[in-house]
Design a protein around this ligand. Structure first.
Ligand code: PGA
Length: 245
C-alpha cells in the first residue's frame, strides 16, 4: 500500500480549500493500493470532509489532544477530529515538536487516544541537521519511536521527515532515506513484533513531483508526507499519479 498525505499546515482559507477540492475531484480517481489523504487546518476539516465525501480521499487532522474532553482551552479532541470527518491524525510533526513542545511524554498518550478513538495515528519522526552532523540520527529516531513499545497500536503509520529537509527544498538523498527507512523497519519489528512489518513508513521533506518517483523506489518507503507541493492541486494529483505507477 502507498500513501500520499497532503499536510497543508497553516495554509488556505475556505475558498482555497474549495478550489483545491474542485480541481482535485475533477481528475481524481481512486486507485487500489494508493491512499490519498489531506490534512487541513482544523476549521477546514468539515469543509474538506464534505467536499471529498464519497471520493475515496481521506481527511486527517494535523494534531489533536490526548484527553477526551474538558477544560483545555484551544484544544481539539480525537473524537472532535473524527466527528468532523477525520480518519487519521498526524502526531509529533517536527513543527509541533519545535513550536509546541511536543515530546515523547505528550505523544504517547496521543497515540493511545487516537487508536482508542479509531483514528489512525501517523507518528512523525526525524532528526535535526545538528543531530545528523553529530552522527546521532539513528539514536534520535530510536528515542522517538520507542513510545510504540508502550502503544503498539494498529493501524498506525510512521513518517520519516528529516527536519533539515522540511520546507527547505533540500531533499534527503536516496542513500540517506534507504538507511533510515531500513532502520525504522527494524525498530518497528523490535518494538511491535510481527505487526511492525506492516506499518507504512512514509518519507517527508521537500517531496515534489520531480523527486517522488525516485524516493518511492527506495525499499521500505510507502509514500510521502508532503507540505509545500501539496498546496497545489495539480502537483498533488501528479504525486498521486506517480504513487499509482
Ligand atoms: P515540505 O513539508 O514538503 O514542505 O518539505 C513536509 C512536511 O512538513 O510534512
Amino acid at each position: 500500500m502507498r500513501m500520499v498525505v497532503a499536510n497543508w499546515k497553516m495554509n488556505h482559507l475556505r475558498r482555497d480549500a474549495e478550489a483545491f477540492c474542485a480541481t482535485l475531484l475533477a481528475s481524481y480517481r481512486p486507485v487500489d493500493g494508493v491512499v490519498a489523504a489531506i490534512a487541513p487546518p482544523f476549521p477546514l476539516i468539515p469543509v474538506v470532509s464534505r467536499l471529498v465525501a464519497g471520493s475515496g480521499v481521506r481527511v486527517y487532522a494535523q494534531n489533536a489532544h490526548a484527553e477526551a474532553k474538558g477544560a483545555y482551552t484551544g484544544e481539539v479532541s480525537m473524537a472532535m477530529a473524527m466527528d468532523a470527518g477525520c480518519t487519521g491524525v498526524l502526531l509529533g510533526h517536527s513543527e509541533r515538536r519545535q513550536y509546541n513542545g511536543e515530546t515523547e511524554a505528550t505523544l504517547l498518550p496521543k497515540v493511545k487516544a487516537a487508536a482508542a478513538q479509531g483514528l489512525m495515528p501517523m507518528l512523525c519522526v526525524g532528526e535535526t541537521l545538528a543531530q545528523r552532523d553529530a552522527n546521532e540520527t539513528l539514536e534520535v529516531l530510536r528515542g522517538q519511536l520507542a513510545i510504540l513499545a508502550q502503544a503498539p497500536v494498529s493501524p498506525i503509520a510512521v513518517a520519516y521527515e528529516p527536519v533539515w529537509a522540511i520546507g527547505t527544498g533540500r531533499v534527503a538523498t536516496v542513500e540517506q532515506i534507504a538507511e533510515v527507512h531500513a532502520f525504522i523497519r527494524k525498530e518497528l519489528a523490535t518494538l511491535m513484533g510481527a505487526p511492525g512489518a506492516q506499518v507504512p513508513i512514509l518519507y517527508g521533506g521537500s517531496v515534489t513531483p520531480e523527486n517522488f518517483a525516485e524516493i518511492l523506489k527506495v525499499p521500505h518507503v510507502a509514500g510521502g508526507l508532503v507540505g509545500g507541493a501539496s498546496l497545489d492541486p495539480a502537483k498533488y494529483l501528479k504525486l498521486l499519479e506517480i504513487a499509482s505507477l
